[in-house]
Design a binder for this molecule. Sequence first.
Ligand code: DHB
Length: 390
Amino acid sequence: ERTQVGILGAGPAGLLLSHLLHRAGIESVVVDTRTREEIEQTHRAGILEQGSVDVLVESGVSDRVLREGRVHEGIDLRFGGTSHRIDFAGLVGATTTLYPQTEVFVDLADARERDGGDVRFGVREGRVADVTGDRPVLSYVDGAGTAHTVGCDVVVGADGSRSETRRAIPGLRRYSREYPFAWFGILTEAPPSAEELIYARSPHGFALISQRTDDLQRMYFQCDADEDPSAWSDDRIWSELQARVAGDDGLELRQGPIVERTVLPFRSTVSEPMRHGSLLLAGDAAHTVPPTGAKGLNLALADVRVLAEVLERALGPAGRDALDDYTPRALGRVWKAQHFSYWMTTMLHTAPQDTDFDERRRLGELAMVTGSTAGSTYLAEAYTGWPGLR
Ligand code: DHB
């Protein structure tokens, strides 16, 4: 069996790539060791940059995001018990859209099915081989136990943070940073507590009040990395969240049954280069960010927009030299998003070794960001996403 582009990983990155390639007349085969149902049940972040919305709509994936997504024109940064609005629309003329990653995945999987895409979920032992030359292979074992190999022109590793494909790059350099905390995430059946998202810093630690629908909300609070979510009663969760948003304005969270709880990992990583020979990495396979600022999915989609464009040239008259452009072009955005996610994280969280000096310095930092147009614009520009494919 042969195809032009073999893609390992049918998450948002792998599926969007397959979709964009199809639009450019390029064939691909996508395989994933998870089933479609497993991927659909993985809760991830919920905020899309304008460029992410645009790629879904303009490339013809679906316009459901325009109908069901909720446009947010800003966020609240909350500290010292007071909210400070960052007006994205007013400052940088951009907005974000609340539309959970699972919905993005559903739209992409439906679009591939609609357009006759070749996506093989629930396989075993997905691998790439012979990536140094120009005849790489994608291999896997199907549900009946039969081994398959697909000869490709290039292969793409979109297989997430625990990527297998990444190991095929000799001399891969991995840059990373650990954080001494994690997030406790909940879904609650309650009405929204605020119009927009609230990112709160308090002496008790960080909290984020996000949303899903009129009657389902997503909230997070900083916890220890080894926290056991099942050890927490609903009451204890609510009092922890409420303490972190408490203030003179009397902000009260609207409570309801907690229907899901998880502890989210927290790490910054970048693997370089993002391409070796005929193998190219995209999304979490190449980099992960801590969740503060919701850059992970947006960055994966941005990688794929660059990658689709590079592959279109490389598989056409320009030839394989065009592949050389991928790493430098993708990494420009990756490192900006790394800095932004690190900055939002360290500005808003409390680390165990922090002193009173650190606490008061961060309040100074937050006053600089919220108290001037220059400071707020810096945050707004990064949060809403840097424009364009460069
Ligand atoms: C959500 C997650 C984030 O990490 C973030 O910064 C904003 C929103 C969310 O899941 O809704």
